[in-house]
Ligand binder design. Structure first.
Ligand SMILES: [Zn+2]
Length: 319
């Protein structure tokens, strides 16, 4: 899922930075493109992480290399439950997939499935031919073999968690049938002021978010791979009109508990801050109307490879 981070500190103490999205390189980044922010989990709330915004494509990269198995060993979001709030947001995600043509008989891979609650949700809704993959969750750590091609691959809230986004996209496409659908939904790097990153602490989500694209960068990425964008979304799939199921509410709730995701997921903490906060109630009900960040997503279709000019070419055999 991840290659080694290509950003290194040279023996002269300078950064050699390579944008994982557009491959822009520099060893002399502008101060205006650098910033640091603390983590938003209990484990990392006391640690600062350096970030770099690519001046060419505006992607934000986390510079410090990480040991992925270590950082995900106690990842709070892998303790999420399929509660009424998750059902609200996943209902929105499922609507997007159905609108693009998802059928109950389709084979589906949830790539980067965490603890598998979207897999569980799909099964509850009658989509039984679904599997999950997440290299850092033992139950889901086996990548389906290359010959098992899927009708639909869902890569949701996952692309930003890897250093090598091109490698991950290729891996997704290699698991997708020709004509199949890929959902790619990710965090958004604009507008982020690199000199004041504290308000963006939730979307930056250090050290877990490695590369954060712009919406334009996400579109450019997929078109580089001969993919047709069938549907494009700017709002987060978390954003619904259903009370408590919107991104702004999640952001405000996290702020109210000091941007500590472990606390934000503890029901007794949530109850405690709620009792005192009319502001939280307001955003629980009306947060959809006041988004604090976006999460661009695209649904793309895998095209047939271009036919070779020779009349001897074999027909496609991967469906
Ligand atoms: Zn770039």
């Amino acid at each position: 899922m991840n290659n080694e981070n290509t950003d290194t500190v040279t023996d002269k103490g300078l950064f050699e930075l390579n944008c994982p999205a557009c491959h822009y390189e520099t060893s002399l980044p502008s101060d205006a493109d650098l910033g640091s922010v603390r983590g938003n989990t209990k484990r990392y709330s006391g640690s600062e992480f350096m970030l770099w915004k690519c001046p060419q494509c505006q992607a934000i990269t986390s510079i410090d290399p990480v040991d992925f198995h270590d950082i995900y060993s106690d990842y709070p979001l892998n303790k999420r439950k399929l509660d009424i709030f998750a059902q609200g947001t996943y209902g929105n995600l499922l609507r997007r997939l159905r609108h693009a043509g998802l059928q109950k008989t389709d084979s589906i891979l949830d790539y980067g499935c965490g603890n598998g609650i979207f897999v569980e949700y799909l099964k509850q809704r009658g989509y039984l031919n679904v599997v999950g993959y997440d290299p850092y969750v033992p139950e889901f750590s086996s990548l389906p073999p290359a010959q098992s091609l899927f009708d639909v691959v869902v890569n949701n809230d996952t692309l930003e968690h890897c250093d090598d986004i091109h490698g991950m996209l290729l891996e997704n496409l290699n698991l997708l049938k020709t004509g199949g659908l890929l959902y790619l939904g990710t965090a958004d790097s604009e507008p982020v002021n690199m000199s004041n990153l504290e308000p963006e602490i939730m979307r930056l989500h250090q050290p877990f978010h490695r590369v954060i694209l712009t919406e334009k960068g996400l579109h450019k990425l997929v078109t580089e791979y001969n993919l047709t964008i069938e549907h494009s979304y700017r709002r987060s799939y978390h954003d619904t009109l259903r009370p408590f199921s919107n991104y702004r509410f999640l952001d405000e709730l996290n702020k109210a508990v000091g941007h500590d995701l472990d606390r934000a997921m503890d029901p007794s903490e949530v109850n405690r801050v709620f009792l005192r906060s009319p502001r939280l109630w307001f955003f629980a009900l009306f947060g959809y109307l006041f988004p604090s960040a976006f999460e661009p997503a695209v649904i793309v279709r895998k095209q047939k490879p271009k036919s070779p000019p020779s009349s001897l070419s074999a027909s496609s055999d991967d469906s």
